[in-house]
Design a protein around this ligand. Structure first.
Ligand SMILES: [Zn+2]
Length: 441
């Protein structure tokens, strides 16, 4: 009986480890840099605003309120990683873009699901502030950060995203999955006067060939604002997230016989965390430091089961508004507590959070920019629920701008002022995450 049991146990474990043979992964990247002259998307400060307010005489084919871009520092990409096992398929997409609005997510999700090929679509923005503008139909984002919507630029952008997925699909091959985490402190810092308060943990997911020798592609998850190029320039750039991807891809090519894998950068709880090194050199320096830290864990990456379960929950958010006091307007010496409400057409009130159990990793998504405190709160909820390896995906599958604690809201600044759905928005999303964690479905 004992030996029968032992045989059964070994059969079960053999079956568990033979699973990867059925598992396939494919990754690819496609250049989505728009034509020169397209406005940059990311910030709406005066250096980027058109000096004559609008393009009165239609001189610029793609720009209206913003100054047209003048060139490319480094190209923008759409990157796709497809994971497919015998039960389901999931595609992760990372876009060199400031945010993925829910309208953009819904459009791509609907198009990609039409073929029945993907069960789940997860789209993240790297949060570069030097990406393409002219891509949002919400008047709020048009005015604040993206310039007027342009159908031609949008159509070409969507085509580019789909192309990256097509290429990843063509490259599907048998694979295994590995994960690992390490700390990188030097390249980012808290920008809200809380020195040392940031999530230093970097997470790495790698899809490799079954012999473990070549990396097909993967995900790198880390909290940092893409602001090395600043928010005032006129050159397209994938910013620091692009630098991190590039240096990681070079590192992994070295162990893959020179074949370049595709790494997707997915931001973390970066709402109050920015890059420490500026400019072109800053991008390279950050990438180099990041890759050298990553090289330390490559030999001890952990094999994970190529199985996933995806759950999501849609919640109704508080009304979007700008609070004049939080945004710095004072009467006498007191902040003016006056809300200017924004209609739900420009700032949709339904937000969705996702939880992806991938092997023993729990991925928790936020449709916007959670601060370090919000990321920590989410991780604490999952840890209390028994999860040991929790990854926070910010700027994923929707964009509600900043997600802050009620205290951070009160303190104002750019993060408080741009927490569009008010002081309770992040709490609503955390509660939704908690109920998903606790639900047994
Ligand atoms: Zn931001």
């Amino acid at each position: 009986m004992k030996s029968l049991l032992a045989t059964l146990v070994s059969l079960v474990s053999l079956n568990a480890w033979s699973e990867p043979v059925e598992f396939q992964a494919g990754a690819a990247s496609y250049d989505i840099t728009p034509p020169i002259g397209t406005p940059l998307g990311g910030t709406g400060g005066f250096p980027r605003r058109y000096r004559y307010l609008v393009d009165w005489f239609g001189q610029h084919p793609y720009a209206n309120f913003f100054t047209p871009s003048q060139g490319v520092h480094d190209p923008l990409h759409s990157k796709a990683l497809i994971l497919k096992n015998s039960k389901s398929s999931i595609v992760f997409i990372s876009l060199d873009l400031v945010g993925v609005t829910s309208e953009l997510y819904e459009k791509l999700n609907a198009d990609l699901k039409k073929s029945g090929e993907f069960d789940e679509v997860i789209i993240s923005a790297t949060h570069t502030h030097s990406g393409s503008g002219a891509l949002s139909t919400s008047w709020l984002w048009e005015i604040l950060a993206m310039d007027q919507f342009n159908q031609t630029i949008y159509d070409e952008f969507i085509r580019g995203v789909k192309k990256s997925i097509e290429l990843a699909r063509e490259r599907l091959e048998p694979a295994i999955l590995e994960s690992g985490s390490f700390d990188v402190e030097e390249i980012h810092h808290n920008r809200r006067d809380r020195p040392g308060h940031m999530d230093n943990r970097a997470n790495l997911l790698l899809a490799k060939t079954p012999d473990g020798k070549r990396t097909i592609g993967g995900i790198v998850n880390y909290a940092i604002h893409g602001m090395a190029m600043g928010g005032n320039g006129f050159l397209f750039s994938a910013d620091v997230s692009g630098g991190i991807e590039r240096h990681l891809e070079a590192l992994l090519s070295g162990t893959s016989g020179g074949l370049k894998p595709t790494m997707l950068f997915v931001n973390g709880a970066e709402g109050d965390v920015t890059t420490s090194f500026g400019g072109t050199e800053g991008i390279e320096k950050s990438g180099k430091i990041f890759a050298s830290k990553a090289s330390g864990i490559l030999s001890v990456m952990k094999r994970i089961q190529p199985e996933w379960k995806v759950r999501k929950l849609a919640v109704k958010m508080p009304k979007a508004r700008l609070n004049l006091g939080v945004c710095g307007t004072q009467i006498g010496k007191k902040p003016l507590n006056l809300n200017l409400y924004i209609g739900s057409k420009a700032a949709p009130r339904i937000a969705t959070i996702w939880q992806i159990q991938l092997g023993d990793i729990k991925i928790m998504t936020f449709p916007g920019e959670p601060t370090t405190d919000i990321g920590e709160a989410a991780r604490a909820l999952a840890t209390a629920n028994g999860d040991r390896d929790v990854w926070i995906f910010g700027l994923t599958n929707g964009h509600l701008a900043y997600l802050v604690t009620p205290e951070e809201y009160k303190q104002g600044g750019i993060e408080g002022c741009s927490a569009l759905h008010g002081p309770q928005a992040a709490t609503v999303l955390l509660r939704a995450h908690d109920s998903l964690l606790k639900s047994k479905q």
